[in-house]
Design a protein. Structure first.
Length: 347
């Protein structure tokens, strides 16, 4: 059986396909999978046996309707797929699915359940929806592919990247340090903890002897903000690596502190303890850190702040006007959870 899978973005959603895909391959020795995703995300799938990667280029080669048709023809020529699983369910993937249906292929499509998620913005109870990984798994089961999601670590950064990170830690005398990652940014403002609180967090953490902090971010603007933060503190540096090398570094952290964003998922999927900070969004909607203890989730309970969650993905503005869901979270709360982890490491 050869299965074709679509998942183009976003980073966290693509990363969350990996434990399901690897679980499917491990549980089904005769299974072969081709994943179609953006080139940037291909390191998530490197080194996995019986998994083929097709790197879609929507800015050039596969741009617009002609590009999607070209992608379809390329995929059709590459292999005779048994069935199609659309884990994205957007305009591009739906059109590709229709084209494959015309060739007689059976298509299974991921249901984002937007209405159910939106309903929790008005309910009184805390959201408790299945995790995205469990919902991905359900589509595979519907397609007749039984699996158990692979437990972390699920990525294969490669020996070259692992060696590079080992050399970096050795060179900068960080091998015996307590390595803490902090990912303070997110795409949408309602998922960002205020910078003043991040700075205070770093200040407190660096009072503990032997701590070194790595700051993780994305584009040029974020890197610039991180540079400003790191310049104020000793033992604090900005990570600006390729994705595969970044995965190797994340795997060497003692703990990651992250907002509701991609780095939270990457660290969780590498098996690194994660302290996640939640504002207007909610982990119970299905995007929480995979395989992490609930006590490591930092958020204001709904019975204390009944406007949470007010958004599914972090878009919009604070209707209260005071951003209480983030402003009420004190750096000392996060520090306390970090110290429990680094002072009581797993044997």
């Amino acid at each position: 059986m050869h299965v074709l899978i679509f998942r183009f973005s976003a980073m966290g959603d693509v990363a969350l396909t990996v434990p399901v895909i690897r679980g499917a391959l491990l549980n089904n020795p005769d299974l072969e999978i081709t994943i179609v995703t953006k080139k940037f995300y291909s390191p998530f799938f490197d080194g996995i046996d019986r998994l083929h990667i097709v790197k879609a280029d929507f800015k050039s080669r596969h741009k617009g309707l002609p590009g999607i048709i070209k992608l379809f023809l390329e995929l059709k020529k590459q292999a005779d797929y048994t069935l199609i699983i659309d884990l994205h369910s957007v305009l591009r993937t739906r059109f590709l699915s229709i084209l494959f249906k015309f060739t007689g292929k059976k298509v299974f499509t991921f249901n984002k359940e937007r209405r159910i998620k939106q309903s929790y913005l008005k309910r009184k109870e805390e959201p408790q929806l299945p995790h995205t990984i469990e919902r991905y798994q359900a589509i595979f089961l519907k397609a007749g592919i039984h699996l158990s999601p692979m437990k972390p670590p699920v990525f294969e950064p490669g020996n070259k990247n692992i060696q590079s990170i080992n050399e970096l830690l050795e060179r900068d005398l960080l091998k015996n340090k307590i390595r803490i990652g902090i990912a303070p940014f997110a795409k949408h403002s309602l998922k960002k903890w205020p910078i003043a609180k991040i700075s205070k967090l770093i200040e407190i953490l660096l009072k503990k002897e032997g701590v070194h902090i790595f700051l993780f971010g994305g584009g040029k603007e974020e890197i610039g903000e991180l540079d400003k933060i790191s310049s104020r503190f000793r033992a604090c540096q900005v990570v600006n690596f390729t994705l595969d090398k970044e995965l190797s570094l994340i795997g060497r952290l003692h703990v990651m502190i992250s907002m509701d964003t991609g780095n939270m998922h990457l660290a969780s999927l590498m098996g690194v303890p994660v302290i996640s900070v939640w504002g207007a969004t909610h982990p119970g909607i299905g995007f929480g850190p995979w395989n992490q203890p609930v006590e490591n989730i930092v958020q204001i309970p709904k019975n204390e702040l009944d406007c949470r969650p007010c958004t599914i993905y972090g878009k919009g503005i604070c209707r209260r006007g005071d951003f209480a869901c983030m402003e009420w979270i004190l750096p000392e709360i996060v520090v306390g959870k970090v110290m429990k982890i680094i002072d009581n490491p797993k044997s």
